[in-house]
Design a protein. Structure first.
Lengths: 366, 559
């Protein structure tokens, strides 16, 4: 993950640690390098340390140990107002006693910018988020989505090179959230801004980011582009956290470079792709995405291992079918199939056989 | 529903217009709500609003003069003080009869006290004259009583004369007029049947005598609860007879009189032959030469109307002069100074509360809950201590032999013979009141600051503002409603504060409220107290209005 060359590193965390109480580490040994113009999302459950990292970058928290660098200079001792980092807060933090235009004008004013220049920039920023006619209103008179746009415009109006966003879409309804996800990514790429985005919503992370850093327990579990993250999770936490996932537990029986045989707890043997198992006899948790499971025998590879399964429940979801199976003693095994004209609709009680391509079945840590 | 196609008003399901059925539904809610608050509303109305309204009404009410000297104020109307002469005989005549009844009812001293607020010395004038009223026309009374071997000393005969016998018509108009007058004078109910109606003939011939006897009769029957025909009439009846029979044409009237006791009255009139007619003016001047003083008479005349602006003028150091309102003499001016001082000190107290309270409220709002609660108890602790105890504690602290001075002397910062005077002056009042009112400032500030999200400050800093700019441009404006609420509370409380200035204020640190209390409980000048209170109330309302205009009352949050 630290393979980006040091020359084009724009944001760097080097061996950063953070503790609030002197007893436990909230952030443990964080190393992260971001090139300029990247849209990076910090994803993780609450308490995983992602927001703390963002706050350290913004300057509201100080790192207990380690170095944070921005464009090559250490910013550990630079107060937040001198860092020149734009920030969008979870609740927008628009100043309620100022109009929208005054809110946008504020960062320019504290930088001592002249009045006409200020007005010009404010207008341009408002136009950018399609809020040009709202300059005279107060934040309380705007809807959530409009406030969101204004908050974005305010974080961008002083043209920072780095923008931080702390769960900015958390308070919006689903439809608006999806719309804003597009707008934010487009804007960030258009303006070429480096963005660090914090969220606990994995869909948001997958759709918006160039790279996603999955946080858990104070560490980055995996740092990868969205597709790689989804298809090739590096450990069982990431596999569980990103998307829907079926797990089966067992012991590694045979292992070679790209293939492993795993004996499940009920004695059946399946083919897997070893990810972080190294030797035979190790316990492992096998992960298969629901949409990669195949029950049509004709489509399975010759000689592939199959498992017996019983259909427990069939759920019609419109675009897809979701079927719950009992597989190797696991009652929560899900498969998803596309609602295509030739698709079979399974019935509860039906006995089937399921299988998959070995590379879709990843043997991870237990 | 086909409401959109209807041209008339929208109808409810049962066919009544929607507006009416909505109003009915809401009316029930309103009635229910009103019933819920009714007990408190009635309680407040009866025990708070009405007494206050009554008290405020006293600031303009001035019935006492016209009630006590009902006839004098009428005859005095024509007198012009500019002549520099005391009023003429007619006024003194009215004064005699008014004063006599008032003295019987013991109301004249109250009037004296009232007029003494305006003109010093009137109180004793009324008191002494009331005692010596019997001196007026004394010779005439004695002569009448001796006449005809004391025939007129017979109370039954007087009753007979005044009723005009059993056959004569009665003058009930006179009786009713005197009933009203007596009721106004004493505040008692005079409507009862007194077993006496003045005779029409006697009242026509000798109106003054009839009036005097009617007064006597009413007073005897109602106030003393005696039988009129069994009591000796007042001296005024004798004096009135002497006055009227000796007046020009009096003898003819007596000759024309045919009713009961005509012979006795004629004999009595003859006994007066050697005496000069009664001169009320001369007699009053004999009693006390101050009755010739134009100033006293002008005061009575000025305060004759039922309503007066006198108390209000007095409250702003003015008085009623010959040509309307004028400033009081320099040495009597006190209230404007007191009002100014009250305003100024309340402002200083409010300002010190803001300065001292703001940081505390800020810390309270930003500490973790556990420590904030502890600190909150410290803020509230003085709240739970008796006000008197706290004020007295300041007395102990601030006095010249007190704790603070002792410490300063011990430290050598202050010489032992030059101890600081920190009490019985404005400083003491301001210190003690700031301490006492501080929680009223901190609590509203705290409750407002609690609602200010700390991310605003972070946002401001992330946008490039320094700590100070972030505070001043972002945090402070949002905390202003708290300051406003606290300031209104503290200012209004302190403007009417009484106990603390009374104890630690000395003479230089007292407030207008102390003066009001003085007039309520010591000088008993309730009218002036009410006027001062009304002005205070008006000032508070005015400031409240101004605050609403400038800051907006919507911006005040009390919690």
């Amino acid at each position: 993950m630290a393979d980006a060359s040091m020359t084009d590193a724009f944001v760097e965390f080097e061996r950063v640690q953070k503790s609030y109480d002197g007893e436990t580490l909230v952030v443990k040994d964080l190393n992260l390098t971001m090139p300029k113009g990247e849209f990076l999302t910090m994803l993780g459950p609450s308490g995983s340390g992602k927001t703390t990292c963002l706050m350290m970058l913004a300057g509201f928290e100080t790192a207990t140990h380690g170095d944070i660098r921005l464009a090559g200079t250490s910013i550990n001792n630079i107060p937040p107002h001198k860092r020149g980092i734009g920030m969008v807060f979870q609740n927008y933090a628009l100043f309620p006693h100022m109009t929208i235009a005054e809110n946008l004008s504020f960062p320019l004013e504290v930088r001592g910018m002249g009045k006409s220049e200020r007005e010009q920039k404010v207008k341009r920023a408002l136009d950018m988020v399609e809020m040009g006619t709202f300059g005279g209103r107060r934040p309380a008179q705007l809807s959530g989505g409009q406030q969101q746009r204004v908050a974005l415009a305010r974080a961008l109006v002083f043209e920072p090179e780095l923008v931080l966003m702390d769960e900015p879409l958390g308070a919006l309804d689903k439809q608006l959230r999806e719309k804003m996800q597009f707008e934010i990514t487009h804007l960030a790429h258009e303006l070429g801004i480096t963005t660090v985005y914090v969220t606990h919503d994995q869909t948001e992370a997958l759709t918006m980011s160039d790279r996603v850093a999955v946080f858990n327990d104070g560490r980055i579990q995996q740092l990868a582009p969205p597709d790689q993250l989804y298809e090739e999770p590096a450990n069982s936490f990431v596999a569980q956290f990103i998307g829907e996932n079926n797990t089966l537990e067992g012991v590694v029986k045979e292992i070679s470079k790209n293939h492993a045989l795993v004996q499940l707890d009920d004695g059946e043997v399946i083919d897997c792709m070893p990810v972080n198992v190294t030797e035979a006899g190790q316990r492992t948790r096998v992960s298969i995405r629901p949409e990669r499971v195949e029950y049509n025998k004709e489509r399975l590879q010759e000689g592939a291992h199959t498992l017996k399964a019983e259909v427990l429940e069939f759920i019609y979801m419109g675009d897809i079918f979701r079927t719950r199976l009992r597989v190797a003693g696991n009652d929560e095994f899900i498969i998803k199939t596309r609602n295509a004209p030739d698709q079979v609709r399974l019935k509860p009680g039906q006995q089937i056989e399921i299988g998959w391509l070995p590379e879709d079945c990843r043997a991870l840590d237990a | 529903m086909s409401d959109t196609t209807q041209s008339g008003p929208v109808l409810a399901a049962d066919g009544t217009p929607l507006k009416r059925s909505l109003a009915r539904a809401l009316r029930m809610q309103k009635v229910r709500a009103l019933m819920l608050i009714a007990p408190l509303l009635i309680f407040i109305l009866l025990t708070f609003i009405l007494p206050i309204a009554d008290m405020l009404f006293r600031s303009v009410e001035n019935r006492i003069v016209s009630d006590t000297l009902s006839e004098t104020v009428v005859t005095l109307r024509d007198w012009d003080p500019i002549t520099g002469e005391a009023p003429d005989e007619a006024v003194f005549e009215s004064l005699y009869y008014d004063m006599f009844v008032a003295a019987e009812a013991k109301e004249h001293t109250k009037l004296g006290t009232r007029l003494n607020y305006e003109q010093t010395g009137i109180s004793s004038l009324f008191r002494s004259s009331g005692r010596k009223l019997d001196d007026i026309g004394e010779d005439h009374v004695k002569a009448l009583e001796k006449a005809g071997d004391g025939a007129l000393k017979d109370e039954a005969l007087w009753f007979e004369i005044m009723t005009g016998g059993s056959s004569g018509a009665g003058d009930s108009a006179l009786l009713e007029a005197q009933r009203t007058k007596m009721a106004q004078l004493t505040g008692e109910d005079f409507s009862a049947d007194i077993g006496f109606v003045p005779g029409a003939e006697i009242s026509d011939l000798f109106p003054r005598m009839a009036m005097a006897y009617t007064d006597f009769a009413l007073f005897t029957a109602v106030m003393d609860e005696d039988t009129v025909s069994e009591e000796d009439p007042w001296e005024t009846v004798f004096v009135a007879f002497a006055q009227e029979v000796q007046a020009p044409g009096g003898a003819e009237k007596l000759a024309a009189y045919t009713g009961p006791g005509a012979a006795e009255l004629t004999a009595a009139a003859e006994a007066l032959a050697g005496l000069e007619p009664v001169s009320f003016k001369a007699s009053f001047l004999d009693l006390d030469e101050d009755w010739g003083d134009v100033g006293n008479w002008r005061t009575i005349q000025t305060y004759s109307p039922t309503y007066t602006s006198g108390y209000f003028l007095n409250s702003i150091d003015m008085q009623k002069g010959t040509d309307g309102a004028e400033a009081r003499p320099e040495n009597q001016q006190i209230y404007i100074t007191l009002f100014k001082r009250t305003m100024f000190m309340s402002l200083v107290i409010t300002a010190s509360c803001i300065v001292l309270g703001y940081p505390v409220a800020w810390i309270l709002a930003n500490l973790p809950t556990r420590s904030a609660n502890l600190l909150m108890i410290l803020v509230l602790l003085p709240f739970w201590t008796s006000l008197l105890v706290r004020t007295s504690a300041w007395k102990v602290m601030l006095q010249q032999q007190g704790v603070i001075n002792d410490v300063l002397v011990w430290l050598g910062l202050v010489a032992d013979d030059a101890r600081l005077v920190m009490i019985n002056n404005q400083f003491g009042t301001i210190v003690a009141m700031t301490h006492i009112l501080l929680p009223f400032m901190i609590l509203p500030m705290y409750s407002v600051m609690q609602t200010i999200n700390p991310t605003y400050l972070r946002a401001a800093k992330s946008l490039g503002a320094t700590n100070w700019t972030a505070f001043w441009r972002v945090y402070f404006p949002q905390s202003v409603p708290g300051i406003g609420a606290g300031s209104i509370l503290v200012f209004i409380l302190s403007i009417g504060y009484y106990i603390t200035p009374e104890i630690v204020g000395g003479t230089k640190g007292v407030f207008i409220s102390n003066r009001i209390a003085y007039h309520i409980s010591s000088s008993l000048n309730w009218g002036l107290a009410a006027a001062l209170g009304t002005i205070l109330l008006a000032v508070v309302l005015l400031l409240y209005w101004a605050y609403d205009k400038i800051v907006g009352i919507d911006n005040v949050k009390l919690g």
